[in-house]
Design a protein around this ligand. Structure first.
Ligand code: HIS
Length: 320
């Protein structure tokens, strides 16, 4: 036992000592902008019932949760996500109006084998509840653009995918193997997959180009010319529409092979990248059906920065 007192469990990374003041500055700048735009800062509890996350089927397996059984015999987990508990908070309020929340804190997601990866993610994010469609998407995109300046990182890129596009495609293709191939962006596996099915020629061509459907607005036009399904069409048209109105055209890349990080996404999905971080420094998206779990129909969108990844990217950028 004696030697353990000098060690930390593999779930932990050691204390962050470099650049903590920088992290606090970034946090404060973000807070300032969020609050200025009407987002109310909330301090969410660290513990939630495991059932809350399970019922929402968010796509984070139970094995990823740090959990224990409390005195009632109920399973309790350390927070694995902010979006779900905030949806619960919203549902406890009477009216369905627009609400803007922001938050700063950690989420805990256990890795099977850590290999130096942390299980703690320091997030700073917002949730915009009750604002539907392009208007809500644009408000969110503008806030991303404005707050990106706070991060002190030089070359940031935003990738946009569509959960509506992805979900509909999964439905049409109707074969579990498809998702795996898409996640790996495996071109030759996709060829074999397409050849072993009898899809119509449009779907056939679309699936073949999908692993590489990554790039500027031309990608959307190219895909648009291949589809006739109304829901797929609608999803692409929404992205085009957003692009036309967005102020981040020069840093925006589309990725139609993007698979949802969280199962609750129903519309656009966003990821922010620095060339100095292997992991996305920002994740977000529209989730119009999550509130249905609370017997409410409320459209919503949000995003969160990962401050730990941002800090690491800053260090690497400085070294370079
Ligand atoms: N909760 C998501 C990010 C997000 C916030 N709002 C919508 N999505 C995550 O942890 O990846």
């Amino acid at each position: 036992m004696e030697e353990f007192k000098y060690l930390i469990p593999e779930e932990s990374i050691d204390a962050i000592m470099n650049n903590v003041s920088k992290l606090r500055d970034i946090e404060n700048d973000l807070r300032h902008i969020f609050v200025e735009h009407g987002y109310l800062e909330v301090l969410m509890p660290s513990f939630e019932y495991v059932e809350l996350y399970n019922d929402m089927d968010i796509g984070i397996d139970e094995e990823k949760m740090f959990q224990y059984i409390n005195y009632e015999g109920k399973r309790v987990a350390l927070r694995v996500d902010f979006t779900v508990p905030l949806a619960r908070l919203y549902s406890s309020q009477k009216e369905n109006g627009e609400k803007r929340y922001c938050y700063f804190g950690k989420v805990y997601r256990k890795e099977k084998r850590h290999k130096g990866r942390s299980s703690e993610f320091f997030q700073a994010g917002i949730e915009l509840l009750g604002k539907a469609g392009v208007a809500g998407d644009l408000e969110c995109l503008e806030l991303v653009l404005e707050t990106m300046q706070c991060l002190r990182l030089k070359t940031l890129r935003i990738e946009m995918g569509s959960a509506q596009f992805y979900n509909r495609l999964v439905e049409i293709v109707d074969d579990e193997k498809f998702v795996n191939i898409l996640k790996r962006r495996d071109l030759s596996a996709m060829k074999d997959f397409v050849e072993s099915h009898h899809f119509d020629s449009h779907l056939h061509d679309l699936l073949l180009m999908l692993p590489q459907a990554f790039g500027d607005i031309q990608v959307l036009y190219q895909v648009q010319s291949l589809i006739d399904d109304p829901l797929l069409k609608e999803a692409i048209e929404e992205c085009i529409h957003l692009y036309q109105q967005s102020k981040m055209k020069d840093i925006l890349t589309f990725d139609l092979a993007m698979t949802p990080m969280m199962k609750y996404y129903t519309g656009i999905m966003l990821k922010g990248y620095s060339p100095y971080s292997a992991e996305p420094i920002m994740n977000g998206g529209r989730y119009d059906k999550l509130m249905n779990h609370f017997q409410r129909q409320v459209p919503a969108i949000g995003f969160s920065y990962d401050l730990s990844h941002i800090l690491k990217a800053l260090e690497k950028e400085e070294e370079a």
